[in-house]
Ligand binder design. Structure first.
Ligand SMILES: [Zn+2]
Ligand SMILES: [Zn+2]
Length: 202
């Protein structure tokens, strides 16, 4: 028998673990779908703009169907817990800004987290951390919408739907590159890495 999993369980499976960040994303996505009267996006009916790349974005992808691969998830690196969702059919968009209340971690948990992540926590402390995490997740998921976030209906210019471009061989490394990402170097088409000749610094 196939048991249908809850949206939260699906998000946890995709993300790999359950955490308060994922709960924030889950809550944001549910609020967006409810207010836009939308279902999970099969294609590009919905567009999401996320202003961070934290755990929450994974829940947004699973629940709303706005995914990096489909091109209807746009990441702006602004370090804000702010999410904009647009519905193409409804021609409406919402900006959801997560309030501080939802993000304030339990002080006891912060201390424990450091120990758990540095590997110095005892078995007992790890169990305590798990318990506190569970409480925090529950608290976020149950939080009153008005306490959790600020929602604004906004004017929104929808980005064009994702396009498929032809690929061309980079003259330097020989790898295939999507046409708009090519640059010309010494009269030849090269990829961005070969153009800049840089290596990423991480
Ligand atoms: Zn996480
Ligand atoms: Zn190249």
């Amino acid at each position: 028998m196939c048991m249908e999993r809850t949206p939260w369980e699906k998000a946890v499976e995709f993300h790999g673990h359950s955490c308060p960040g994922l709960a924030i994303g889950c809550k944001v996505a549910e609020i967006a779908l409810k207010h836009l009267r939308e279902m999970r996006s099969r294609d590009e009916e919905l567009v999401a703009i996320v202003e961070n790349d934290s755990c929450s974005v994974d829940a947004v992808q699973v629940l709303t169907g706005c995914t990096l691969g489909k091109g209807n998830l746009i990441y702006r690196d602004l370090g804000k817990q702010v999410y904009t969702f647009g519905s193409r059919s409804g021609n409406r968009a919402l900006r959801i800004s997560v309030n501080g209340d939802a993000r304030r971690p339990d002080p006891e948990m912060q201390e424990l987290r450091q120990k758990v992540f540095s590997g110095s926590a005892s078995q007992e402390e790890r169990a305590k951390f798990q318990l506190a995490q569970g409480r925090r997740i529950e608290q976020i998921l149950q939080m009153d919408e008005s306490q959790f976030c600020t929602i604004k209906e906004i004017d929104f210019k929808f980005p064009p739907k994702a396009k498929i471009f032809p690929s061309i061989k980079c003259a330097t490394c020989g790898e295939m590159v999507m046409e708009p990402r090519l640059r010309v170097k010494n009269g030849e088409f090269v990829c961005l890495d070969c153009f800049d000749d840089y290596s990423r610094g991480w």
